[in-house]
Design a protein around this ligand. Structure first.
Ligand code: GDP
Ligand code: MG
Length: 445
């Protein structure tokens, strides 16, 4: 896929005079790539028409940077398609919000409910889970297990068969307990069937959720539009979460879901575990959709931000997929040196939202400095402490304690820093064996 796009762009750059024919050829190739990524046919066609309107052939011929103009236009158009123009309802900490999750069976609702609760709990919320899936045997046990693991209060029943009754009881119970995020998990069916949609309508009417989240499996392909539309027609869906983005699917169905529900994507699921959950970030998502890899933007930034003499070495390390504490340290150094935070690493999926949330640049900077102090203490602690090892197991308890003492920080903070490291190392490891784009490829953006 990536090759296709690169080739398409390449063809354009080789043409001495860009004319409509070449533009069409390029668009056709990209269309094929998007269809492969499960973007709905109709949406692909809309995009194509929009691009033709936006990209001015004369401008292209007049010797402006052609590749850049077209690439940028396509990129922007896809970003626009993922923006329904109004943000999703955002719950407020300390104020009760009811969030209902809907989606077909197996889409990842129950898993995502817990992830969503856990995500907020880590940020100091008081979430609670209600299992209104009385259809599937074992549904309550699954939610109970998840909730228990995350220490999140839950409500459900083994005997009650009325989902509306359970949903209402659960919501009332947690309202009394002053939970600020009451999450209602619902049933799914294998197919889109009338009974399911009627049930969703009833649960929604009875619990009056502040937000209804449509959960979509990224691998459902072209079925996304109909599925999302069917849910939207029965309940007022207000947000989308795309799951299983750790798999092969590129997630083009998200464009369909956004179009069908007129709601934004708010999170993506990237694994089976509780913390494999990321705030949706449109740019890396679109890069991936275009087969440019999640890190094409990241590569751009490396060229822009990392000192020239350090680039080859860093790129080499990247392709080896070995993310050591020392690499993290060096990158932190680069980030701080560059002033405004959020440069190199903010381009990586998961990085910007977690390590450096928007509007919290100062705090993020302080946090990074804190991490670096602790890492300084690790090197001082003696050569035995291997900053260069990518094995987190070298950090035993006594070493963690010494680092905490040496840097005057709390043990909890050292653990937090190591957690951050593990998280980044995981993202980093995905780059292993990746063909490092050349400077020329990068100019596409
Ligand atoms: P539900 O029927 O909609 O409630 O779906 P579940 O939450 O039970 O999930 C169905 C399956 O998908 C389970 O095996 C989950 O572990 C798995 N799953 C959910 N989200 C993700 C994800 O983001 N990545 C991966 N790899 N698996 C997921
Ligand atoms: Mg379920």
């Amino acid at each position: 896929l990536g090759g296709t796009i690169t080739r398409a762009i390449q063809q354009m750059s080789n043409a001495t005079i860009i004319d409509e024919k070449v533009l069409n050829e390029c668009l056709n190739e990209i269309n094929r790539a998007l269809l492969n990524a499960d973007v709905q046919f109709q949406l692909v066609r809309n995009m194509q028409n929009n691009i033709k309107r936006i990209v001015n052939i004369e401008d292209l011929a007049a010797g402006h940077n052609k590749r850049r103009i077209i690439q940028q236009a396509i990129f922007n158009e896809l970003c626009n398609m993922l923006d329904p123009g109004k943000p999703a309802f955002t719950p407020k900490k300390g104020k009760t919000s009811i969030i209902m999750f809907v989606g077909l069976q197996g889409s990842g609702k129950t898993t995502t409910c817990t992830k969503y609760a856990y995500y907020h709990q880590k940020k100091g919320w008081k979430p609670a889970l209600v299992c209104a899936d009385t259809f599937r045997a074992g549904a309550f046990d699954q939610l109970k297990q998840n909730a228990t693991k995350a220490k999140i209060p839950f409500y459900g029943s083994y005997t009650e068969s009325d989902p509306v009754k359970i949903a209402v009881e659960g919501v009332e119970t947690f309202k009394k307990e002053n939970c600020d995020l009451i999450i209602v998990d619902t049933s799914g069916r294998h197919k889109q069937e009338a009974a399911l949609f009627e049930e969703m309508r009833q649960v929604s009417e009875a619990t009056k959720p502040d937000l209804i989240v449509f959960v979509m499996d990224s691998s459902i392909g072209q079925a996304a539009f109909d599925q999302a539309q069917a849910f939207k027609q029965s309940v007022p869906v207000g947000a989308v979460i795309v799951t299983k983005m750790d798999g092969h699917a590129k997630g083009g169905g998200a464009l369909s879901a956004v179009a069908a529900t007129k709601s934004p994507v708010i999170f993506i699921g990237t694994g089976e575990h509780m913390d494999e959950f990321e705030v949706f970030d449109v740019k890396p998502f679109v890069s991936r959709l275009l087969g440019m890899g999640d890190w094409s933007g990241f590569m751009d930034k490396i060229h822009e931000v990392v000192p020239k003499d350090q680039q080859p070495e860093l790129l080499q390390k990247l392709s080896e997929g070995n993310f050591t504490l020392r690499i993290m340290y060096e990158q932190f150094q680069n980030i701080l040196k560059m002033g405004p935070i959020g440069q190199v690493f903010s381009m990586l999926p998961g990085f910007s939202s977690e390590l450096m949330p928007k509007g919290q640049e100062k705090e993020s900077q302080a946090k990074i400095k804190r991490y670096m102090t602790m890492m300084d203490s690790m090197t001082n602690e003696g050569k035995s402490c291997k900053l260069d090892s990518s094995n987190p197991k070298i950090m035993n308890d006594s070493r963690i304690m010494r680092i905490a003492r040496g840097s005057g920080r709390h043990v909890r903070e050292v653990m937090e820093m190591l957690e951050e490291y593990k998280r980044l190392a995981k993202i980093w490891s995905k780059m292993k064996g990746l063909k490092i784009p050349t400077r020329g490829d990068m100019n596409m953006r």
